[in-house]
Ligand binder design. Structure first.
Ligand code: CTP
Ligand code: MG
Length: 397
């Protein structure tokens, strides 16, 4: 197996701030949103996006803690993590991150750890725009408040048309040479990296940001973050959960003993399928699709031949146990679609019955069954066996 190439992209996660305005008794990045810190939540989004070197800029003295946080969510990307100590200002922390970039990196994203819930798609949007040739890219969201320019004495000077305004977020992305040159030449402190690059004369383009990417600055922001946290199994997942799909297929050859069982129905007079259980390829394909959708492995993981209680078992035993496994992991079945490829049996007359039987075994979730022949081709065309293909949708409970 060859190793993946070194990444061309890096994400610098600046997490070295003290969190003065949050005032939570310690560095902001290590403040808990739930049982996990702001930094850990932010890094989950980073590792769920495109593969990149990840440089965490930590408060000096807390590099080890930052590394632990990063490794706990890095998955198979542990070797892409670098931790360095930050500086007194955010800009100095960015410089510290830049100094730690690997040689192959030519695109750099700078992200505030304080934006704990930035969806991975925002990182990917910024990377896509950079890959398309933009030297500097920032994610923005529209400004919703009516904006006024206010004088030092509090008097309103003028209104500002909010259609011309956008709120800048992170990750902000740059060609490495552009950011490095601007950072080296800078003479004033900038609150974000794009203004530094713009001050150096480079055009900055925008991509869509995301409301969830707000920066945790004050106690009220931390409360907002806590309210956004999913409950149940989503809390332990790397990204907020959406419904998930899975596919499953199964094949059984004719040659079993007794009656045919297929799609949860007994088919008197039809040749039986062989298998450890009843050989019901339709039910087994559905089980695989459901387990795959929920990320719970496959049929062999839960119904292996070392489970004597499933020897000879029919569809309802497989399907109802699968529903239980899903429920334990926080999922319910959305719907299932399954297609049978076989010359025999003929499904037309019993299709609705099969759908109702399978649906009942799945606790009532809709099941669609379709059947087709293969024009005499392949093992199904030669009537040697049956193939089934299932797609399942599971929904977080
Ligand atoms: N940051 C940093 N190094 C600094 C200052 C800030 O890495 N010297 C990081 C923060 O950790 C944060 C991001 O820059 O992730 C945005 O800064 P901000 O929200 O201002 O965080 P703090 O500076 O920690 O907060 P405050 O300004 O309230 O002290
Ligand atoms: Mg600050």
């Amino acid at each position: 197996m060859s190793l993946p190439p070194p990444p061309r992209t890096a994400v610098i996660v600046v997490a070295a701030g003290s969190g003065t305005r949050l005032n939570a008794g310690g560095p902001k990045a290590f403040v808990g949103i739930d049982e996990h810190s702001i930094l850990r939540h932010a890094l989950r989004g980073v590792f769920a996006a495109e593969r990149a070197q990840v440089v965490v800029v930590a408060p000096a003295g807390l590099e080890g803690e930052a590394l632990t946080e990063a490794l706990s969510v890095a998955g198979d990307r542990q070797d892409l993590v670098t931790v360095v100590p930050g500086g007194v200002t955010r800009q100095q922390s960015v410089l510290a991150g830049l100094a730690a970039l690997w040689g192959d990196v030519d695109l750099v994203l700078v992200h505030d750890a304080a934006r704990a819930f930035t969806p991975p798609v925002v990182f990917d949007r910024v990377i896509a725009s950079l890959s398309g040739g933009a030297p500097a890219v920032i994610p923005v969201v529209p400004v919703v408040d009516t904006i006024k320019r206010v004088a030092a004495d509090g008097a309103i000077v003028e209104g500002v048309d909010r259609a011309e305004l956008a709120a800048a977020q992170t990750p902000q992305g740059f060609r490495r040479d552009v950011l490095a040159a601007a950072a080296a030449a800078v003479d004033a402190d900038h609150t974000d990296d794009a203004s530094l690059v713009a001050a150096a004369g480079h055009p900055v383009v925008t991509v869509a940001g995301d409301e969830r990417s707000f920066k945790i600055t004050t106690g009220a922001d931390l409360e907002r973050a806590r309210a956004l946290l999913p409950t149940g199994p989503e809390a332990s997942m790397s990204v907020p959960l959406l419904p998930r799909v899975g596919v499953g297929t199964d094949v059984h050859g004719f040659g079993g003993t007794g009656e045919l069982w297929l799609a949860g129905l007994e088919w008197p007079g039809e040749p039986a399928l062989s298998g450890h259980s009843d050989g019901d390829a339709v039910a087994h394909a559905i089980v695989d699709a459901l387990l795959a959708a929920a990320g719970l492995g496959d049929i062999g993981t839960h119904f292996g031949t070392d489970r004597p209680e499933f020897a000879g078992a029919h569809a309802d035993a497989f399907l109802s146990h699968t529903v239980t496994l899903l429920a334990e992991a926080g999922w319910r079945v959305g719907n299932v679609s399954v297609q049978v490829q076989a010359n025999r049996p003929r499904f037309a007359a019993r299709r609705v019955e099969a759908e109702q039987t399978l649906s009942a075994a799945l606790g009532g979730a809709p099941v669609s069954v379709s059947a087709t022949t293969t024009d005499g081709l392949g093992f199904t065309g030669r009537s040697e066996g049956v193939a089934a293909f299932a797609t399942a949708l599971v929904v977080p409970v």
